[in-house]
Design a protein around this ligand. Structure first.
Ligand code: HSE
Length: 434
């Protein structure tokens, strides 16, 4: 535990976030120590390669390539994991916690996949495991769910929690930018994951939703419980129609309580232009949480980047330090009480937008209407555009009233197999707030 009253910090990883956290701990040591109530000191930093040239304020004597120098170091009270990826980060966190060290992590993949096990381990060992930076960078989300909003029964979470895709969608929508160009720009800005498919296909947002939903609904959530669909099928035409219909397309991460069930999904969604989330642009993130007492609250800000992420990590370090200084045990609990049944995606009910390329001849609309009608899908509006005289095709955009996902899938399958519908070009769910 603490030595001469000092609180030792061991850092795993010296990437962009690690370097910013280290810089703050060194350059703002006095101010942060005042806030912590005890002197803080950086004991050791794990790096992959000692020889790598780095522009860091960390004295080279603090660097090590041996994790045991941190995990087994009695000087270290708090292990701060900023490596990313599941392995070896999860093992390091397990070891640190099992040795009675407090842990802080920014690792969404670890917390989404191994969070419940690590939280239990931390509770068994009476140490803190804090992970504010794992969702929404600098935006406080985990803390409010564990403390300020705890009195509420949460009814829904609607979030834009992937900056890369929000940047791409904003550029496509507002500037007509090509998908690939926007993706490249997002990568240059340093927002995209090492493997950008995790952003584009919604996987990164699904990790974050799994973490948030488990806390919000006190329910065990696996990443595989989250229905996940990315943004790569969206085209310029969808953005044009969305605008015409009064919507903005966003990659939403949604958790909604329905009776004793929980619907969990990440997919592109039409958001009404008058809703706040439609105005969250560029790389910014926003999380709207609805509780029975508080109503709707929205947390908005920078969801990634070294400085916002360091803000969350250092906030967690300070909370741990204060709990050590005051000799309080960990105040937060991540306990899950069994909770809700995860609802299959097929049971979900919402409105749908479908863009179809059809043969431009008599009776086609009637056939489409029959397929939908037979499946209990009621049409809210139909737009017909762009008759292509040469190919004798037209483009039809159908908006439905609320319908069951299973029925929509059946309708798409049927329409794809009958001759007059040349192509179901895209289907996008429409999110409505009641
Ligand atoms: N790739 C992530 C994003 C980084 O675009 O939001 C932050 O987790």
């Amino acid at each position: 535990m603490d030595k001469d009253g000092k609180i030792g910090i061991g850092l795993l990883g010296l990437g962009v976030v690690g370097a910013e956290v280290a810089r703050m701990l060194i350059q703002k040591s006095e101010r942060l120590s005042q806030k912590a109530g005890r002197p803080l000191f950086l004991c050791s930093v794990l790096v992959k390669d000692m020889a790598k040239p780095r522009d860091s304020v960390v004295p080279p004597r603090l660097l090590t390539t041996n994790p045991a120098d941190i995990l087994n170091n009695p000087q270290v009270d708090v292990v701060v994991e900023l490596l990313g990826g599941v392995k070896p980060a999860t093992d390091y966190l397990r070891t640190a916690i099992a040795q009675g060290k407090h842990a802080v992590t920014a690792n969404k993949e670890v917390m989404a996949n191994h969070g419940p096990e690590l939280i239990r381990l931390a509770e068994e060992h009476g140490v803190n495991l804090l992970y504010e930076a794992s969702v929404g960078g600098g935006i406080p989300i985990i803390g409010p769910l564990q403390k300020d909003l705890l009195a509420n029964e949460i009814t829904s979470v609607h979030a834009i929690i992937n900056g890369t895709t929000n940047y791409i969608l904003t550029k496509m929508s507002q500037e007509g930018m090509d998908f690939q160009v926007a993706l490249r720009r997002a990568q240059e800005l340093g927002y995209a994951e090492a493997d950008p498919a995790k952003d584009i296909e919604g996987v990164d947002a699904a990790f974050k939703l799994a973490i948030v939903a488990a806390l919000a609904f006190h329910t065990k959530v696996a990443v595989s419980d989250v229905y996940t669909e990315g943004i790569s099928k969206l085209t310029a035409r969808d953005f044009l129609y969305a605008q015409e219909l009064g919507y903005t397309i966003k990659l939403l991460a949604i958790a909604r309580r329905i009776g004793d069930g929980l619907s969990l999904r990440v997919h592109p969604a039409m958001v009404p232009n008058e809703h706040l989330l439609s105005k969250v642009d560029g790389v910014l993130n926003a999380v709207e949480i609805e509780g029975d007492l508080v109503g709707r609250v929205v947390f908005h800000g920078q969801g990634a980047g070294p400085r916002p992420t360091a803000s969350a990590v250092i906030g967690d370090i300070l909370e741990v330090a204060r709990s050590i200084a005051s000799r309080r045990g960990p105040a937060r609990s991540g306990t899950v009480d069994g909770g809700l049944r995860i609802l299959p995606m097929e049971e979900m009910i919402t409105q749908y937008y479908a863009r179809l390329t059809v043969s431009d001849r008599a009776g086609v609309l009637a056939q489409i209407a029959k397929v939908l009608g037979d499946l209990d899908i009621s049409i809210a509006s139909v737009i017909q555009k762009n008759a292509d005289a040469a190919r004798q095709t037209a483009e039809i955009v159908v908006m439905t009233h609320p319908a069951k996902e299973a029925h929509i899938r059946q309708a798409v399958h049927q329409m794809e197999t009958f001759g007059v519908v040349r192509d179901v070009s895209n289907v996008i769910r429409v999110e409505q707030w009641t």
